[in-house]
Write a protein that binds this ligand. Structure first.
Ligand code: FAD
Length: 689
């Protein structure tokens, strides 16, 4: 093919699965110039991953499409455990909540990946007009490492090949028993050999004019799945084992007398294996079944062409007997082999990153892959955006690997334990050492639920998490210089015992001071790349607290405050930092004018900003959020909290310790040209005064 074009882009994303789309969403919500390409000609329409954990829904909500997933999905509220009784007949032995009550304002839901990808695509396009470029495949990658630290360099050069429609369409293998075409996910399963090289070769042969272009990029993300071409180009490896469990997955509308078919169930039969039942949207139910175990190390690859939807159903029938299960409609099916591996490196010089299945693979049943993949890119996106925009220096990028590799390792460990417990045969009695104890299974399930929710994520000390870090907490990939910088300031966790450093900000209801409208605190924390400094001044009707607030306001308003130093002169006053206050004085005895102007910025055209000051008080219709009590903050003392743009807690300290907050940001932010961001000016004389 002939080279038709040369161009530059700040961020190039390869792969438009959940991880790539999350990255593209950040780029469009932060206004970064980016492109996203995928070798497939179309998006997927059904099947594939389906479980959305509560943390993922919180993230969707922060981008503005949480309600779409919440409304369309099936909500999973209860897990039923079924085990063989003394006679070997399955019976329900336990019921446990699917999502631990109280950990989030969302609960686990199920909706197929095609719909989830649709929400992303709509959000990306409406924000920035960016679209996935489909049928586009990178064929060559060059990386000039020597200019990796130069902020203005484009060290990455990629050749992109535009495929024909035929080349970009995945082959489908099966038809159903009645001869109708049935969509399967085999081409995307980790058991299928990757076809990237084949596609490259085909495209070489097809020497159409103008089908190749060269792109120079500042940053790149390989979100191209388990077979990652980007990872292979970098020569990076995944470490771990490919275990011998093979799973069949069947999406059907079941016809059954099994009473718990609309609950999530783990069913262990006495001798016929286990099935996981996942009730889904549109009357569908997904069955995950372990099909076979090959001898470990025997090297025999299971022949997946031998697996049919009928085989999977028959296994389910044996496990669920004496209950009957059949179907007239099958929506999708696949076969899946558990490989548990983690990448050793998540980036090349913090310029080319890997996320999602490209750096970790594991079994599908715990419903983690898609969630963790999206959360990788959620962790990375705002960091890359802030560096590209010249707000932060490159030190923040190092935290991607130190934060996410440990999560991937925890995930593999969790999956390992869980798979063994799920796939094993139930113990007949306490003497049966080969069998799995059902008590142990229940315990693991309950513990696993906290991990699986995504809420337990706790990032270690770094330049962007001001907590005391020990080696264990750091995870690997940590950087001594980064650690040293972070320890210059100390948090005081005791001022907000439930606003845990390194974890995501929990949510309770607050009222807007100006209009009394209640909202969940998390709803205020939109994903738009802004840092949040949240001042909890306590009860400001106490004179001492009012004085502390006034003093803090003076510091924040000073021409050399961090708010001014790090906000570009042409940008809006809250484009880098959003300053929020949540006070605890009676709402009806307070107005926004009891607050210094830094908390109610004034814009010449719009007047004061009424959406920065909130109160912990009784609402008319939705009760009292008791946010001070729930966060563990003293109403007489207050505190200050710094939140990252991804809502993780960076710092907790005294409400008026301006110096510490300034120091925190000074460790990684880049001073901007002018010290007067637009809008953050004092009220001109004569107006309203
Ligand atoms: P992928 O989704 O694999 O996306 C990679 C993208 O990159 C694809 O669009 C692909 O076309 C493209 N691509 C690949 N190579 C190239 C290339 N060379 N050039 C250009 N583009 C390329 N996870 C859950 O969280 N919950 C579940 O319930 C769940 N169930 C699952 C059930 C099954 C049957 C399977 C197979 C997986 C399941 N998973 C589940 C896992 C989940 O699907 C994956 O973890 C998730 O899709 C990973 O997202 P990703 O974006 O990293 O990669």
């Amino acid at each position: 093919g002939s080279i038709s074009a040369k161009s530059e882009v700040d961020v190039l994303i390869v792969g438009a699965g959940p991880a790539g789309l999350m990255m593209a969403t950040w780029m469009s919500h932060c206004g970064v110039n980016a492109r996203i390409v995928d070798k497939r000609g179309t998006k997927i329409f059904n099947g594939q991953a389906d479980g959305l954990q509560c943390r993922t829904l919180e993230i969707f909500d922060s981008f503005g499409f949480g309600h779409r997933a919440w409304d369309e999905s099936n909500h999973m509220l209860e897990i039923c455990l079924w085990n063989p009784d003394a006679n070997g007949i399955i019976q329900r032995s336990d019921r446990i909540p699917d999502t631990i009550p109280g950990i989030s304002r969302f609960q686990q839901v199920v909706l197929h990946q095609g719909r989830i990808e649709r929400f992303f695509l709509d959000s990306i396009e409406s924000k920035s007009g960016m679209r996935v470029e489909r049928g586009v495949l990178p064929t060559k990658l060059e990386f000039d490492e020597s200019s990796a630290e130069d902020p203005n360099a484009y060290p990455i050069t990629v050749t992109l090949r535009h495929l024909s429609e035929e080349e970009a369409t995945p082959k489908q293998s099966a038809t159903s028993a009645n001869g109708a075409a049935l969509s399967d996910g085999l081409y995307r399963s980790n058991m299928t050999p990757d076809d990237t090289n084949e596609l490259i070769m085909q495209a070489e042969l097809n020497k159409k004019a103008n089908n190749e272009e060269i792109v120079k990029a500042k940053y790149m993300l390989g979100a191209d799945g388990a077979h990652s071409w980007v990872r292979n180009q970098l020569g990076f490896k995944l470490e771990g084992e490919s275990t011998d469990y093979i799973w069949g997955v069947l999406d059907i509308i079941p016809i059954t007398d099994f009473p718990d078919i609309r609950m999530r169930c783990a069913i262990h039969s006495a001798n016929s294996g286990s099935v996981m039942v996942i009730p889904r949207e549109n009357k569908l139910v997904r069955l995950y079944i372990q099909l076979t175990t090959t001898e470990k190390g025997a090297g025999t690859k299971f022949d997946r062409s031998k697996i049919t939807p009928e085989d999977i159903l028959q296994s389910a029938q044996r496990i669920m007997a004496p209950y009957k299960i059949a179907y007239r409609y099958c929506d999708w099916w696949t076969a899946y082999q558990i490989g548990q591996r983690v990448g050793t490196q998540f980036s090349a010089r913090e310029r080319i990153f890997l996320a999602g299945d490209a750096v970790h693979t594991h079994s599908p049943k715990a419903g983690q892959g898609m969630n963790v993949s999206m959360q990788d890119a959620y962790n990375l996106g705002w960091k890359v955006a802030s560096v590209v925009k010249g707000i932060s220096d490159r030190s923040v990028l190092k935290t991607y690997q130190s934060e996410r590799r440990r999560i991937a390792q925890d995930l593999i460990e969790f999956d390992h334990k869980f798979s063994r417990l799920f796939s094993g045969r139930p113990a007949k009695d306490v003497m049966d050492e080969e069998g799995i104890s059902m008590e142990g299974f229940k315990e693991a399930f309950e513990k696993g639920n906290m991990f699986a929710s995504g809420i337990a994520v706790n990032y270690g000390a770094s330049v962007i998490v001001a907590k005391k870090g020990d080696a264990a907490e750091q995870g690997d990939g940590s950087d001594v210089a980064v650690k040293k910088k972070a320890l210059q300031i100390n948090s005081n966790q005791s001022l907000a015992t439930n606003v845990k450093l390194g974890m995501r900000m929990p949510s309770f209801k607050v009222l807007n001071q100006s209009d009394a409208r209640p909202s969940h605190f998390q709803e205020l924390l939109k994903s738009n790349g802004r840092w949040r400094v949240i001042i909890f001044p306590g009860d400001i009707s106490i004179p001492q607290q009012a004085d502390r607030l006034a003093n803090l306001g003076n510091r924040l308003a000073a021409p050399d405050s961090f708010l001014r130093r790090y906000t570009p002169s042409e940008a809006r006053y809250d484009s880098v930092f959003e300053l929020l206050a949540v006070h605890a004085a009676p709402r009806q005895k307070t107005t926004i004018f009891d607050f210094p102007e830094a908390f109610r910025p004034y814009d010449v055209r719009d007047g004061w900003d009424y959406w920065k000051i909130f109160v912990d008080d009784q609402s008319y219709h939705e009760g009292h959020g008791q946010i001070y009590q729930n966060y563990g903050i003293d109403r007489q003392e207050g505190c200050a909290v710094i939140l990252r743009p991804d809502q993780y807690v960076s710092y907790v300290g005294s409400m008026d310790d301006y110096e510490a907050i300034d120091k925190f940001f000074s460790a990684f932010m880049i001073p901007q040209r002018s010290s007067h961001p637009k809008g953050a000016v004092s009220v001109p004389n004569g107006i309203l005064k």
